[in-house]
Design a binder for this molecule. Structure first.
Ligand SMILES: [Zn+2]
Length: 244
């Protein structure tokens, strides 16, 4: 018998086998139904994913820049409505800097954390009025800066240690600061029944799969209060939470 597996979201023990995909086993928590990799990817796997150059990916990003900016300006306005006045903003997993820029346009002092060097280079070239920090969130040294608003879209599912990740985010948030978080929703009614045909299912790159209840419980355990959950017609979760 293997040792009881502890759910990283709710800390319940005894997670059960869920699926084995290409030799990787995923477990499901019997309590909050979080699905997670039995063995989390190592730092080496993460480096391979985020540190290697990816010029093709960036060409695609550039081609879609205008439509992405339009979508993110809407999200920026939604986030800014919940933030207490324009203050300092942090984009966690800033990618090519679109949301970082969209929040700057609304008057925020805008910062992005992004480990992928070509993405940071792109952001610095195209949106130079923001500050970029090329690192993983867990390693981010804000130098005393705190933030009134944080955006973290399609990032937490990549984290092999979601607790360290959310603690790293919360510690740089001002009291009452707001967090806009999105992640795929494995429990969504429109998620393909065949998990392997779902574009959200990407182990080992995606190592944690939330459902809304698991995510809300996880955030509340870390001292967040949910302000708003946005309806998603694709299998994803979008919510805004405040640092309680
Ligand atoms: Zn759980």
């Amino acid at each position: 018998m293997a040792a009881p597996s502890i759910c990283p979201a709710c800390e319940a023990t005894g997670a059960r086998h869920f699926i084995t995909h290409r030799g990787m086993e995923l477990l499901e928590c019997g309590s909050c139904r979080l699905v997670f990799m039995a063995e989390m990817p190592s730092g080496a796997v993460l480096e391979a994913t985020y540190i290697e150059p990816d010029e093709c990916g960036l060409a695609l990003v550039h081609a879609k820049a205008a439509s992405k900016m339009r979508r993110l300006r809407r999200r920026a306005r939604a986030l800014a409505r919940y933030a207490q006045g324009p203050g300092r903003f942090l984009d966690v997993g800033a990618n090519a800097g679109f949301m970082t820029e969209a929040m700057r346009e609304l008057g925020f002092d805008s910062h992005g954390v992004e480990p992928h060097p070509p993405s940071v280079a792109y952001a610095r070239e195209h949106y130079p009025r923001n500050s970029y920090h090329q690192t993983f969130m867990e390693a981010f040294e804000p130098g005393g800066l705190t933030f009134a608003a944080v955006y973290c879209s399609e990032v937490i599912e990549h984290s092999p240690d979601i607790n360290a990740f959310i603690i790293a985010i919360r510690r740089v948030m001002e009291p009452g600061a707001v967090l806009y978080l999105t992640t795929p929703d494995i429990g969504h009614w429109r998620r393909p029944r065949d998990l392997t045909s779902w574009d959200g299912f990407k182990p080992p790159s995606h190592c944690v799969y939330f459902n809304p209840r698991a995510l809300v419980g996880f955030l509340e355990r870390h001292g967040f209060r949910i302000l708003r959950r946005r309806l998603a017609f694709k299998p994803g979760i979008k919510l805004i939470a405040a640092r309680a």
